[in-house]
Each structure stands twice: as C-alpha cells, then as structure tokens.
Design a protein around this ligand. Structure first.
Ligand SMILES: [Zn+2]
Length: 128
C-alpha cells in the first residue's frame, strides 16, 4: 500500500471519528509486523496538548488489516485526553503502583479499542 492510499484511509476515519482538530501524520512502513517495535503492526504517538499525532503503520499486509490498524491507532488518538488524565493521576503514585495502573489501563483500553474497531467497521465498512 502506498503512502497516498494510507493517507486516504486516515482521512476517512479522522472525519468519522471527529478528529479534524488533530494534525495526524500517517507514516507507511513498507514492512510486515515483525519489522516494527514490539512486533506491533501499528504505533501511535500523540501530543495531546498540541493535538498532534503520528501513526505508523506496517503496510505490507492486506488492505483490510491496514485499515483496521489505522482505525485502531486513531482510536488511541481519540482517547488521548483520557490517556493524559491517566498519566497525570499516575504521577501521584509510587513506581510500583504506576506500573500497575498503566498495566490496568492497557488491559482495559486495548480490548475496548479492538471492539470499537469491529463495531465501526461494521457500520462504515472498509475502503474509501
Ligand atoms: Zn493499541
């Protein structure tokens, strides 16, 4: 998949998720999942205060999987204010409690996002 096609998919979901007030940079990595950090196929970096995000997607996958990854990472952007709240509250804790808090957050957020990906694709479908 090309960078241009990836950007079209990002634009589609950015509008559906009402994230137009965010500057989202999409980076297509011509690789499979094993080439990205932690064996993931997508990565999201966000600066909530500035509404700037970069999503990096391994695009040597099926078009459907790429779109699922885009939507997954954009949902992390959508939830960024809650993530920022988590980080603020976490900073009040000791280090072991911080690890537990983030582990609990991730264990909750990831399945939640995966369910939303399927729900949203069920409503809006694949493709631009
Ligand atoms: Zn995730």
């Amino acid at each position: 998949m090309t960078q241009r096609k990836l950007q079209q998919i990002v634009n589609k979901w950015q509008a559906i998720l009402r994230l137009q007030d965010w500057e989202v940079e999409a980076v297509a990595v011509q690789a499979e999942y094993t080439d990205l950090i932690d064996g993931n196929t997508g990565l999201c970096e966000r600066r909530t205060n500035h509404h700037i995000a970069r999503i990096t997607i391994a695009v040597k996958q099926s078009a459907e999987k790429v779109e699922e990854d885009v939507l997954h990472e954009l949902l992390h952007v959508k939830l960024a204010p809650l993530w920022a709240l988590h980080l603020n509250l976490r900073s009040l804790l000791g280090s072991s409690a911080q690890e537990l808090a983030t582990s609990c957050w991730t264990d909750t957020e990831e399945p939640f996002i995966n369910d939303l990906v399927q729900a949203l694709l069920g409503v809006h479908g694949y493709g631009c």
